[in-house]
Design a binder for this molecule. Structure first.
Ligand SMILES: Cc1cc2nc3c(=O)[nH]c(=O)nc-3n(C[C@H](O)[C@H](O)[C@H](O)COP(=O)(O)OP(=O)(O)OC[C@H]3O[C@@H](n4cnc5c(N)ncnc54)[C@H](O)[C@@H]3O)c2cc1C
Length: 605
């Protein structure tokens, strides 16, 4: 077995899975597709049926607003449902397959000297192809958001109820403890804990290092734990499948699939009144929103749509002859959690046997650590870095992870495979939680089907690289523990010849290592940030009746994994929308619905 062979077999299986997708085996999980015609009107139009969009569509339909959810992709396929099939989703029809611009500095050890910007193109969006780690981030993140927006509703104690509302934690260590009041039991996203027996051998190392082994891996406390995952009953718990199923048959929700929104339309008073779109059968039509349009197309596609619609830096728009409606820094402030890929081989012989598709594909631990004691403020100890350990007990998965998910060259992944020699491998993704580098999303052209330009500028702020070195050195102290020695944990250096000029272990070496072995956590955010592009109720500034509500509104990234915070944003903005719709009184609302029912019965007559 080598990397080329594993990737070739994966591609051929992807072909087979695409054929299975045609059978629409997952269709029963989702609403049937709506057939739109030009001039159709809805109370709310939601652009993007991903992580946040699915939450908002569900909550508004439950409140009996007439909602149109528009998604560029299809229902999430079979391989999204079963956790161990994650590798089959990348480069598939359910991925936008975008890449970043080569900035000649970062990602230089990757195949294309850039990074794959994996994003879900299906109901459930990126949550339907992500790595399913559930952590809510550190309270300090939300204090920062409060500080930026001056809106106390973003304080930790005020966002916590929305996390709780979204979760159904199925974990006795949390739910039988004093922590249980700060966790949800009745939300739509089911959460369990990774349970491979061998994960314990690795956690022991951190315990021996003096780290606390904790139950709730929240970014709230420093320490290490087995990962909490969005898997329940052997199935992925993304918001597309788990929220929309509650409104599958609702007459208040229409879902247009395989439908690309190309522009937001405004009237002369700068009210967002409708959208232009290309339907699944190739028609260019316009549909109208009586109340609001909510853009939830993700941190790369939301800014693209706003820019195409004339909302963004006027100077840039002018160059493309796009009339500028609102001069706002759309697309700026792009952030991501960058991780260093650190492999350790061990002496643990792989347990053979077939992989259960319902199972999480590897062992998993998550840890948070801080180097700086000054970070212990207001009784909150907040972390500098996150370490996610994937314990690979399957060689095929190891190769897929290295060469496909993280896009390292085949030669490098072959070396890792050879060094592993049939034994378990620990891959740590060590990430900086508070990066200062910022990138941007810009239009490449005025064609909405053209991918935008994504310039990550990762590590453009040199202090990020410097901090990274400290984090790696701190993390690797675990190699000295009895537990890691017992595992014969041995780090595999895949940087040669790239970093050969540096003395191993020197700061220069670790800087080179970080730049070479860096990878994206897929946590893109910040491109329509609160405080600059949207206000604290996520309304786009300088125009009316338009909101953005997805990872792009985070002014700074959540210090943790960001999926749960995007779900929280979806829950929270739903309340904002419902509160703000108060003036759109029930009488008018009911009246509109009666008109629609009349139209509907007329069309059946
Ligand atoms: C490989 C990977 C692994 C990850 N792993 C984790 C993890 O383990 N834990 C974690 O917490 N986070 C993880 N994340 C991050 C997390 O999943 C995302 O940040 C989050 O799901 C983003 O949600 P969103 O609503 O902003 O966008 P999305 O969920 O991407 O939703 C956007 C939706 O809009 C649709 N769309 C876009 N443009 C248009 C248009 N013009 N018209 C119509 N529809 C459109 C898209 O098709 C998509 O469905 C991961 C990300 C990646 C890439």
């Amino acid at each position: 077995m080598n990397t080329t062979a594993v990737l070739a077999s994966l591609v051929s299986r992807q072909g087979a899975l695409y054929t299975i997708m045609m059978l629409q085996l997952t269709g029963y999980l989702y609403p049937t597709p709506a057939l739109l015609k030009s001039g159709d009107s809805f109370d709310y139009i939601i652009v993007g049926g991903g992580t946040a969009g699915s939450v908002i569509a569900t909550r508004l339909a439950q409140k009996k607003y007439n909602v149109l959810l528009i998604e560029a992709g299809q229902d999430a396929p079979f391989e999204s449902v079963y956790p161990s099939l994650i590798p089959y989703l990348k480069y598939s029809h359910s991925d936008w397959n975008y890449t970043s611009v080569n900035d000649t500095y970062s990602y230089q050890c990757h195949k294309g000297k850039n990074v794959d910007l994996t994003q879900g193109k299906m109901l459930g969006g990126t949550g339907a192809l992500n790595y399913m780690v559930w952590s809510r981030g550190n309270p300090k993140t939300f204090e920062k958001w409060h500080w930026i927006t001056k809106d106390p509703t973003w304080k930790w104690e005020n966002v916590l109820p929305y996390f709780i509302k979204s979760e159904a934690i199925h974990d006795s260590a949390i739910m039988n403890s004093t922590l249980k009041d700060s966790y949800g039991a009745n939300g739509y996203i089911g959460i369990t804990r990774e349970n491979k027996s061998y994960t314990a051998d690795y956690l022991k190392g951190f315990e021996q290092l003096g780290k606390t082994i904790i139950a709730d891996i929240d970014g709230n406390r420093n320490g290490y734990a087995r990962g909490l995952i969005t898997v329940y009953n052997g199935r992925r718990q993304d918001s597309g499948s788990q929220y929309l199923k509650h409104v599958t048959y609702s007459s208040y929700l229409a879902v247009a699939k395989d439908t690309l929104v190309t522009k937001i339309l405004f009237d002369e008073d700068h009210n967002a009144v409708g959208v232009q779109l290309i339907t699944d059968d190739g028609r260019n039509i316009t549909v109208n929103a009586r109340q609001e349009i909510i853009v939830t197309a993700g941190a790369i596609k939301s800014p693209q749509l706003l820019l195409l619609s004339g909302i963004g830096p006027c100077r840039d728009l002018k160059k493309l002859n796009i009339p500028c409606i609102a001069d706002l820094p759309v697309g700026k402030n792009l952030q991501d959690h960058i991780a260093a890929f650190i492999p350790h081989t061990t002496n643990k012989i792989l347990t053979r046997g077939t992989v259960d598709p319902h199972e999480y594909p590897s062992g998993l631990f998550v840890g948070y650590a801080s180097l700086n004691v000054s970070h212990i403020k207001h009784h909150i100890k907040y972390p500098d870095y996150e370490a996610i350990g994937f314990i690979m007990n399957n060689m095929k998965f190891l190769i897929q992870f290295c060469a496909l998910t993280f896009d390292f060259p085949n030669s490098l992944c072959n070396k890792l495979y050879e060094e592993a020699n049939g034994r378990q491998v620990l891959i740590t993704l060590l990430s900086n939680l508070y990066g200062y580098s910022r990138g941007q999303v810009r239009l490449n052209s005025t064609d909405p089907q053209d991918p935008p330009l994504v310039i990550t500028d990762s590590f453009s702020n040199d202090s990020d690289l410097d901090n990274f070195v400290d984090y790696i050195v701190d993390y690797l102290k675990v190699e000295e523990t009895e537990a890691f020695k017992k595992l014969s944990a041995s780090r595999v250096d895949l940087t040669s010849p790239h970093c050969d000029a540096f003395e191993a272990g020197s700061r220069g070496y670790w800087r080179c290592y970080s730049l070479c072995m860096m990878t994206s956590m897929g946590h893109y955010g910040g491109t329509c940030a609160m405080g600059s592009v949207v206000d604290s109720r996520l309304r786009v500034r300088h125009v009316k009746k338009l909101r953005v509500a997805d990872a792009s509104v985070m002014p700074t990234l959540v210090a943790g994994n960001i999926f749960s915070a995007v779900v929280m944003i979806g829950e929270k903005v739903s309340d904002f929308i419902i509160e703000d719709a108060g003036s759109y009184n029930d009488v008018e609302h009911e009246q509109i619905r009666e008109d629609q029912l009349e139209n509907l019965s007329a069309s059946f007559a």
